[in-house]
Design a protein around this ligand. Structure first.
Ligand code: FE
Ligand code: FE
Length: 190
């Protein structure tokens, strides 16, 4: 069995059914984007497969696990527990799924908020998470899907805008990293 198949088996057992389906969607979408942008397809599959591996339990339990593993959480993360699975996920990908490649671990770490000046794999996972085929339809989705294969920086910008709008509409707190991502890619796109 390849490493990838091994990880897939473990995740199928640990994740809820719909989370696992989403995971497969992100994995194959990431692979397609890697083909389009000449990135490593195997790395994209691995990062896509593991991007939500920290989401196998509730945010409360995720916080508990972070304490146990001595993973430092920022005020931003404690205020927005939806962000915690990314940090926990990057940790677990290394410790439990034996991924050593920092590029893959960072793609997992930044998949929720993005960050300024992302490398290609980070952008691929950030976008694949948003556009995978199983995502429920939101107004910006067709546009981001189209842009993703045309100009990935523009897609990142559209994705960040849409995330900010969503958080605003829901009255949820908006973290500084999401804003930084937006500002960087607003100025970057052609
Ligand atoms: Fe996630
Ligand atoms: Fe996800």
């Amino acid at each position: 069995m390849t490493d990838l198949e091994n990880i897939q088996k473990k995740l199928e057992k640990r994740l809820k059914k719909d989370r696992y389906q989403h995971t497969l969607g992100v994995m194959y979408t990431a692979a397609s984007l890697a083909m389009r942008y000449d990135d490593d397809v195997e790395d994209a599959l691995t990062a896509g497969l593991l991007h939500d591996c920290g989401k196998f339990c509730s945010s409360k339990e995720q916080i508990k696990l972070c304490k146990e593993y001595k993973i430092k959480l920022t005020d931003e993360e404690l205020e927005m527990p939806a962000l915690i699975h990314a940090k926990l996920g990057a940790f677990l990908a290394e410790k439990e799924y034996h991924v050593k490649d920092r590029r893959i671990l960072n793609a997992i770490l930044y998949h929720t908020t993005g960050c300024p000046d992302m490398n290609m794999l980070e952008k691929i996972i950030y976008i694949a998470d948003y556009i995978e085929p199983g995502r429920k339809m939101i107004p910006a989705l067709p546009q981001v899907r189209r842009l993703a294969f045309k100009d990935i920086d523009e897609a990142v910008c559209a994705c960040a805008v849409s995330t900010l709008e969503y958080l605003k509409e829901e009255g949820r707190p908006i973290g500084p990293m999401t804003i930084k991502t937006y500002k960087f890619y607003r100025n970057r796109k052609g």
